[in-house]
Design a protein around this ligand. Sequence first.
Ligand code: PEP
Ligand code: MG
Length: 752
Amino acid sequence: MSAAGGPRLLLRRLREIMAEQTSAQMRLDKLVSTIASNMVAEVCSIYLRRAGKVLELFATEGLRPEAVHATRLKEGEGLVGMVSETAEAVNLSDAPADPHFSYRPETGEDPFKSFLGVPIVRGGQVFGVLTVQNKAERIYAEEEVEALQTVAMVLAEVVAQSGFFNVAELDEPELRIDRPRKFVGDGLSDGVAVGRVALHEPRVKVERMIADNPLDELKRLEAAIGGLRESVDQMLASSELDLTGEGREVIEAYRLFAYDQGWRQRMRDAVRTGLTAEAAVERVQDETRLRVQRMGDPILRERAHDFDDLARRLLRHLTGEEVADRSLPANAVLVARGMGPAELLDYGRDKLVALVLEEAAATSHVAIVARSMGLPMVASLEGIADNARGGDAIAVDGEMGEVHLRPASEIIKAFEEKRALRVQTQARFAAVRDLPAVTRDGVAIRLMMNAGLEFDMPQLDQSGADGIGLFRTELQFMIGETMPRLTDQAAFYKKILDAAGDKPVVFRTLDLGGDKVLPYARWEREENPALGWRAIRIALDRPALLRYQVRALLRASAGRTLRILLPMVSDVDEFNRARALIDRELERARLLNLARPTQVLVGAMLEVPALAFMLPQLMRSADFVSIGSNDLLSLAFAVDRTNPRVSKRYDNLNPASLTLIRLIVQSAAENSGDLSLCGEMAGRPLDAMALLGLGLRTLSMQPGQIGPIKMMIRSMHLGEISAFVDRLCGRTDHSLRTRLAAFAAERGIVLK
Ligand code: PEP
Ligand code: MG
């Protein structure tokens, strides 16, 4: 069987059917009979997705008419369900023999042996499945699969735009592209916002799907690919960018993709089936994205972003649209697949009210920058960038990780109320700003804030923090395009110290590696970056980096106390070697008679579990120790904190975490050590309550959390909590959260 008249004729007929004034069902019926006759198939059916991921037979030629709207399959059920789940074509010569086949007597499909099903996909979403079947046992030819995929794509577009049939008539709100949608992901920065979508990389609108003249479309495609390649070549040759190291490698890999013959061929094939060049680019991109998404390999996902970017550029070459405009409307909520910290800073704070990303982990730098900008942020929202359109209404809750796209007016109202409530709560926190953080039984707690950018400094006064317990210096290195020079570093640190006034600032030396890489440095990809060449390990292997940073810090803190914190220390010897480097710099400054601090205190971060057993020895060399609970617990539980698949598998409030922290606190106390904790736990009221119960007296957290934590402290009785937490360490619960929350509720401890 070769497609009678070929796909182009089929597309032309499709266009005619679309233009007819008739009911939705009639159009679908006509469509299946047209496809069946064009493809010489005995059966052609359309299954569309209903709420709850159910696929319903909407129209058929060849199966029993009574099965229409009666036959329903769950995702993954039967061959049709498999097509929908995998978003890939299924082509079988003997379908009933396949283990996935699910026999539905009402359809009367017994005599049909061969089966071809393709997904109806748009913008990374599967809307339904289109199938053809024949009695004879055969495998459908590649051109036939292509032809059916092309029809499915056009069908997806018309379903989505509701121009083909009235979706309301089908009583199926799930299929509407403009329907309200709720996404739930990870809240990475607190706050509530209501605004309008601004797409970081706007979707290029494809107006024409079906080609008038395929030869012309092929020429347009070739010209656009030529233009794209030229612009990527230019990018690489541009002396202005002056790329080195990894930056250059990234662009070179990108250039290879632009020259990828497979990609070009797939787009050419799609044009040959009768699509316009733009529609062909989109179709190939949709397929690539879905395939990669389903593979779930992070490296391939990154590659898919490159292809996404190339496809967008190609579409701009075809449509003549200008490069994305970076200016924002008022109350903009930025929506994107991914974003770097520098890109976010580029947008500025004026008009931005929230950030919504498909991919980003809590500890990614864009998240840290968003928090420091006070921008609510939600991530891990698959498909939102494709679903959102510029100008759509959107409501974001950064605490719950909820995003409502095109929300109903009641939701907007509820969000406005939530926002007003937050303002009230903030006012309550502001009221305790100048009150001491003292428990009901009179124990004073030191509350410090974490920082990393100049943005953060006004928060020191606003939050009432006692100082900066963790200044992440690497952020300054990551947002720039080049390595900051010694004088720039020194000027930056001085600004921070000046802004802090009398309050102490603990500068953590560069904590690079893991998920933090410099855009301009050569970096070898590691199998296991969380356990790889990071932080102090880099500093000891490349001492110049640490020495220059220390030199800048010494210069900046002339006449004051300098506090340096070393990240990811694994053993005491490592600490001592780094401390020796610092001492050498201090000695150099003394010999050269340079301005220098009155005192230098050097501390270690306790993030590697092994170090917990070395505190007596460590305390002899270190002036202070700060527990980095983010890394400490992820390493203790063998969980990659940046991998969303496993990062929520353990709870910080597991008895093992508390026991480990108790051991550290006791060991530090026995050795008269100065101990604090600066991981995210410190800023969560319930977690912090447990930490204080374990004996910690200094916590460093995001500035926005100082108010809530202080209120919690002022409402608690430390003696009672210590006794309770001590008992909890002996339990076997996966999480002690419920028990702690019940305890807090009973005693009237304020957790909000
Ligand atoms: C930590 O690991 O707890 C920590 C504070 O360091 P970072 O989050 O920067 O790795
Ligand atoms: Mg850490």
